[in-house]
Design a binder for this molecule. Structure first.
Ligand SMILES: Nc1ncnc2c1ncn2[C@@H]1O[C@H](COP(=O)(O)OP(=O)(O)OP(=O)(O)O)[C@@H](O)[C@H]1O
Length: 279
C-alpha cells in the first residue's frame, strides 16, 4: 500500500488530511494511530474510494484504488457504530455479503461461496452462531462476524477500524492470532486502534496521524516516545509505553500503558510535564 502526497478535503471545505505519504509492504500488520479527529477514518474512506482524493495518489498492491476495488481486493471491517444493527439479517448472510463481489449479477451463491462462508465462520469460531440474528450478538461476536465477512471476501488488503473496542481480552487474543495468520499469508492489514498497549505486541509497522502523517515505519523506530508525544501532545495526560494496558477506553486521556519496569516514559500530569518531542 502506498500513499503519496494525499490530501482529502470534505465538501464543506475542511481538509482532514494534508500531504499524506507512507508505504506499507505486503505481509505486514500496520497500526494507524492518532487522536479523535486525526483523520484515521478519512484515510480508510480514501482507501475505500468513498471520498475523493484532492491531490496525490493511493495505490494498493500496485493498482489504482478503483482497480483494486473492482478486483475485490480490499476488505473493510467497520466500527460497530457504523452498522445498523436493527436490520434483520442472519450471521451467515452477513458473511455471505463478503462473497457478493465474486458472484454474478443475480448474487446466487454457489458451492464455492458457501464453502468460503463456512471456512470464514470456522476461522473466527462463530459457526455455532450462523443462524442467529446479527443484532442479537455481543460486541465482540459482531466484530468476529465482520472479520469473517472480510475473510470470506478473501481481501488482500484488510482495513480494520477499531477492532478491539468493546471486545474482551480473550476475543482480542483471538483476533490478534487471526491477524498474524493473515499476515503470514502475505496480506496487508491496516488497523486503526486506540489500544496503544497492544501495538508493539503485534503491529510490525505504525503510521501516526494528526491531520497528516507525523511518522510512518517499523514500530520499533516509529512507536517512540517522541513521536507519540507529537501525536497525542496536549491531549494525553499520562502516557507510558510498553507492557500491559490498564484501560481500553476511547478517551486518550484515559489510556495508560506501563513500561515493563512500571516506569513511565512520558507523562502529562499536574506534576510531571515531560514534554520532550511535543509540538
Ligand atoms: N463528512 C465530513 N465532512 C466534513 N468534515 C469531516 C467529515 N468527516 C470527518 N470530518 C472531519 O475530518 C477530521 C478527521 O475526521 P476522522 O473521522 O477521519 O477522524 P478519526 O481519526 O477517524 O477520529 P476518531 O478517532 O474519532 O474516529 C475531523 O476534524 C472531522 O471533524
Amino acid at each position: 500500500m502506498l500513499a503519496r502526497g494525499v490530501t482529502v478535503t470534505y465538501r464543506n471545505g475542511h481538509t482532514a488530511l494534508h500531504d499524506v505519504s507512507f508505504a506499507i509492504p505486503r505481509g505486514t500488520i500496520t497500526a494507524l494511530v492518532g487522536v479523535n479527529g486525526a483523520g484515521k477514518s478519512t484515510l480508510f474512506k480514501a482507501i475505500m474510494g468513498f471520498v475523493p482524493v484532492a491531490t496525490g495518489e493511493i495505490r494498493l498492491l500496485g493498482l489504482e484504488v478503483r482497480e483494486a476495488l473492482r478486483r475485490n481486493l480490499v476488505a473493510y471491517v467497520p466500527q460497530a457504530e457504523e452498522v445498523d444493527w436493527s436490520f434483520p439479517v442472519l450471521v451467515e448472510d452477513v458473511v455471505m455479503m463478503g462473497r457478493y463481489g465474486h458472484m454474478g449479477f443475480l448474487r446466487r451463491p454457489r458451492a464455492a461461496d458457501r464453502a468460503a462462508v463456512d471456512r470464514a465462520l470456522g476461522r473466527v469460531g462463530m459457526e455455532a452462531f450462523r443462524h442467529r440474528q446479527i443484532g442479537e450478538l455481543s460486541g465482540g461476536q459482531k466484530k468476529r462476524v465482520f472479520l469473517a465477512r472480510a475473510l470470506a471476501q478473501d481481501g488482500r488488503v484488510i482495513l480494520l477500524d477499531e477492532p478491539f473496542t468493546g471486545v474482551d481480552v480473550k476475543t482480542e487474543e483471538q483476533i490478534v492470532a487471526l491477524l498474524r495468520a493473515l499476515r503470514d499469508e502475505g496480506r496487508v492489514m491496516l488497523v486503526s486502534t486506540h489500544n496503544l498497549g497492544s501495538v508493539p505486541e503485534f503491529c510490525d509497522r505504525t503510521v501516526l496521524v494528526r491531520g497528516t502523517v507525523l511518522a510512518a515505519g517499523p514500530t520499533a523506530t516509529t512507536f517512540t516516545r517522541a513521536n507519540l508525544a507529537r501525536a497525542f501532545g496536549g491531549v494525553l495526560r499520562q502516557f507510558t509505553l510498553g507492557g500491559p494496558k490498564l484501560h481500553d477506553d476511547d478517551d486518550p486521556r484515559q489510556i495508560s500503558i506501563l513500561t515493563d519496569d512500571e516506569r513511565p516514559l512520558v507523562q502529562y500530569g499536574d506534576r510531571t510535564q515531560d514534554r520532550e518531542g511535543a509540538q
